[in-house]
Design a binder for this molecule. Sequence first.
Ligand SMILES: [Zn+2]
Length: 465
Amino acid sequence: MKKSIFFYIILFCNFSFSQEKDLALDLKTYDFELKEDIYNIPIVFHIVHKNFKDGDISDEHFKNLVALVNERINFVDIKNIDSIFKNIVAKPNVNFYLPKVDENCNEIDNISWHYTHVEKYIMHLDDVFAFKRKESGYMDSKKFLNVWFVNFSNRTDNVGAYRSFNFQLDGIVVDFEQLNYVNFPFLLIHEIGHWLGLEHIWGNTPFYVEGNCWDDDGIKDTPNQKGPNIRTKTSGEFCDENSTTNHQNFMDYSYDVGMFTHGQKKAMRDYIYKKRRSILWKSNCNNNSELITGFIKDTRDNQSYKWVQIGQQKWMSENLNYATSGSKCYNEELTNCTIYGRLYNWEEAQTICPKGWRLPNYDDWKRLTLVVGNNQNLIRSEQGWLNDKNGTNKSGLNIIPSGYKSFYGRYYGLGKYSKLWLNNSNGIWAYSREIGEAYNYEKITSTGQNQKKDYLSCRCIQDNN
Ligand SMILES: [Zn+2]
């Protein structure tokens, strides 16, 4: 049992690291957005199979896998991280999506199925290349991260994955088993780490080279260790007696929790910027990613709300409609609450979102616009707006013209605009996002101001802290 695990690890990891050492560059040429914000990377899947029928695994399953990878990379399960590592955990802000089109807006097959007569591939360089990835859906790796799912033979453990060395066929190959690991695609993320230039935390040397404290991964905040922790945190020996191994790191073999450090974050982002910048292409066809949506139930009254994932954030794509004695329905008509949600004063809005959700702030909206673009047309619903103001709703955010109520009594704007509370305020004033014709601007990030006593709509976002 153990022997075969070791056998495979030797194979993967000899091939999986990157040779490039010049990551720690001072990239003064970063423009602000690229430096500070989310890197969105298109990922395409190729299933090379003998015994499946095409489409046996649903597209939904792959979309969920992408969402899960994003969540695991960027929202570390911090409560399960050992206390000594908590202060080095970083959020890389690297986000993957399944593109619908290429750079020129041509539709692409982002999940492709390829029949092979080979029952099982042997995890060996020759065999891996034998399945002719060029004929198995390969897309230009300057523009896409290619991930192949194949059946590796003789596995007794789920360690079948590697990052290809061949820049002609650059990408990641993983065993089908990773598709069953949808709750924790550790290995896929590990290979993504390699693909983004990271080495194992003990360095480039194969783990079986004894006590290799002379080699390290070149990252300052990952403690040096002699070799990997394989499934447990005790087997990887540490080099500094006052230190310990970072066994929960994605670039170890422990499969425990999973985290990247600040140093790894910088290395990955530098690598993308320096070596893979062409993958950050954007098309002019808007909405290029498949929308990831779902529902949450508000346990206070059992109402369900649809949410949509935008970048790394989950936004409700409906206005909140939780009844309180202080909340209002437009024109006091209950059906308006059903359609448009309720209107709340700012103080109440602060605590009105369901458990695990919160009101968004300036930064949240800014991040949203970096993913979907900063044009109201992309977030307005496709119907319900007066005067030809229906939007494309390409973002899935689905903003509807819910109007508002002034604190002194009157209602304004139904069918024409929406005012959505931010949690930002100043004295008796608080701020909102104003979407719609009354304001005569098209940017999403234009800020409205209202008295805190006014009644506005609420959109909640998932609280990840
Ligand atoms: Zn590896």
